[in-house]
Design a protein around this ligand. Structure first.
Ligand SMILES: [Zn+2]
Length: 274
C-alpha cells in the first residue's frame, strides 16, 4: 500500500505535469471510485478547470483547481495515477480518465478499488466526512520531538497502533512504521506511553530518517506500487525488517520475528529492539 514516500513521489511528478494545465474532459467508468460528488457532477465540475498546485497531505494527493476546490486522490492499496497520451491503450481497471489541454490524459486505475477520488473544497469534503482530519506531517517542521512525546504519552495503545493512526501522524503505514521501530531499537508491541524520553527521541529521529531516505529512493515497490511513469521505486533494496520475517536481522543476525500487531503483520528483531 502506498505510504508517504510513494504518494510524495507521485505528487512531485504530478506537480510538474499538471500545474498550469487545464482539464478539458472527464470520464468515469467506475462510479464506485468516487467518494464525492456523483459521477455526473464530478465530470461537469472537473472539465474546464485548471490546476494551480499539487500537494500531498498524509497519503492523499490534492490538485488545487481554480475556484478553490481540490481534486483529491487516495491510491488505496493498488491505485495508480498515470499521465499518458490520449491515444494510449487503456489498461484494465481504469476507473477515471481526465483529458488535459495538451492532448494527454490523467488516468486512475485500481484493481482492488480501495482507492478514493473526490472533488470539492477541503472544508466541504471534511464536513461530508469523505476526507478525514489528518495529523502532523512527519517531514514538516511541525513534527517536533515534543509533538511525538504528546502523541505517545496520551495513549494506551501499542507503538505500532499509535504510529499507524493517521489523525496523529499522517502518512505512515505498515512498511515505514516497522522500519522506523527497527532503526530506533524499539519493539512495535511496546505500550507507547511506556517509552522513555530517550526512546521517544530515537523514534522521532528514526521516523524522519526512514521517510527521507525512502522519498529519495522514490518509494518502495514490494507489490503494486508504481510511479506516474509506471516505474518502480528502489527503497525495497534498503528495507531492514519489512517483508523479512524469518530472515536474519541485518544488524545483529538474530532471526526476525513476524506477528500480528494492531491488525497488521509486523516484523521486528527481539534481540536488538527492546
Ligand atoms: Zn537485530
Amino acid at each position: 500500500m502506498p505510504e508517504l514516500p510513494e504518494v510524495e513521489t507521485v505528487a512531485r511528478d504530478l506537480r510538474l505535469e499538471l500545474v498550469g494545465r487545464r482539464f478539458v474532459s472527464a470520464w468515469v467508468s467506475q462510479p464506485g471510485v468516487l467518494r464525492f460528488p456523483d459521477a455526473a457532477r464530478f465530470t461537469a465540475a472537473l472539465a474546464g478547470r485548471s490546476v494551480g498546485a499539487v500537494e500531498r497531505r498524509g497519503k492523499y494527493i490534492f490538485c488545487r483547481l481554480d475556484g478553490g476546490e481540490d481534486l483529491v486522490v487516495h491510491l488505496g492499496m493498488t491505485g495508480h495515477l498515470r499521465v499518458v497520451g490520449g491515444d494510449a491503450e487503456v489498461v484494465k481497471h481504469t476507473h477515471l480518465r481526465a483529458g488535459l489541454d495538451d492532448g494527454r490524459e490523467l488516468r486512475f486505475d485500481d484493481a482492488r478499488r480501495f482507492g478514493r477520488v473526490m472533488l470539492g473544497t477541503r472544508a466541504l469534503l471534511e464536513e461530508r466526512r469523505v476526507l478525514p482530519a489528518l495529523g502532523v506531517e512527519p517531514l514538516s517542521d511541525d513534527f517536533t520531538p515534543e509533538r511525538l512525546d504528546g502523541l505517545m504519552r496520551r495513549t494506551s495503545r501499542t507503538v505500532k497502533a499509535a504510529l499507524l493512526d493517521q489523525s496523529g501522524i499522517a502518512g505512515l503505514g505498515n512498511i515505514y512504521v516497522d522500519e522506523a521501530c527497527h532503526l530506533a531499537g524499539i519493539r512495535p508491541t511496546r505500550r507507547a506511553r511506556r517509552l522513555t524520553r530517550k526512546e521517544r527521541a530515537a523514534l522521532h529521529a528514526a521516523i524522519r530518517s526512514v521517510l527521507t531516505k525512502a522519498v529519495a529512493n522514490r518509494g518502495t515497490t514490494v507489490d503494486d506500487y508504481r510511479d506516474l511513469w509506471d516505474a518502480r521505486g528502489s527503497h525495497q533494496e534498503e528495507l531492514q525488517v519489512y517483508g523479512r520475517g524469518g530472515e536474519p536481522c541485518l544488524r545483529c543476525g538474530a532471526i526476525l520475528r513476524r506477528r500480528v500487531v494492531a491488525g497488521r503483520t509486523t516484523v521486528c528483531c527481539t534481540s536488538c529492539q527492546r
